[in-house]
Design a binder for this molecule. Structure first.
Ligand SMILES: Nc1ncnc2c1ncn2[C@@H]1O[C@H](COP(=O)(O)OP(=O)(O)O)[C@@H](O)[C@H]1O
Length: 163
């Protein structure tokens, strides 16, 4: 079983993945750096094709959870897309050492469902989980329920009012 957990930065991928049990975990940024699959410049650029190939190789057997904002490009049995209301996301990202423009870019991308759209194009089963106003534990529980249902569910979240 291969589960991917994706979402805009700050939606909670790392926090919830730490608490999901029963999987070998792969943190994509670490994986990419470890295997030299990215280039450092003004922005860190990932060779997505090479990343997917390497991961297919390394996760062909066993139960894996792959977490990162590019995780939806890796074929999986189920892809979890974490969502967060743009206002709450802005607060979460405000606590990081991000520039104002980086915060704005991520908040807008969340409001436009960008990652959800990419996930739907690349994955068979996509599940959207709203983290807004929930604790990490509540989110983990919601994800576990969705994984056991094993079918796609998305489209309820609508942040277009904040655009
Ligand atoms: N329901 C929730 N699910 C996940 N994270 C949450 C939730 N509510 C608040 N948070 C907080 O939001 C932040 C998300 O950070 P992180 O897990 O690093 O996100 P990402 O890996 O998506 O960039 C953490 O500080 C986490 O405690």
């Amino acid at each position: 079983m291969k589960v991917t957990v994706t979402g805009t930065p700050g939606t909670g991928k790392t926090s919830v993945s730490e608490k999901l049990e029963g999987y070998e975990k792969i943190h994509l940024t670490e994986f990419v750096k470890e295997h030299g699959l990215g280039t450092d410049g003004e922005v860190f650029e990932v060779d997505t094709e090479a990343m997917c190939e390497k991961l297919e190789e390394e996760t062909s057997e066993g139960d894996y959870l792959i977490e990162g904002h590019l995780a939806h490009y890796i074929s999986s049995d189920i892809c979890i897309v974490l969502r967060c209301d743009p206002d709450e996301l802005e607060e979460r990202l405000g606590e990081r050492r991000y520039s104002e423009s980086k915060v704005r870019e991520n908040v807008e991308s969340e409001a436009m469902d960008l990652i959800l759209q990419q996930a739907v194009q690349n994955q068979e089963a996509v599940v959207e989980v709203d983290t807004t106003g929930r604790t990490v534990e509540e989110t983990v529980k919601a994800i576990e329920e969705k994984i056991s249902e094993g079918k796609s569910s998305y489209g309820k979240v609508d942040w277009t009012d904040s655009l």
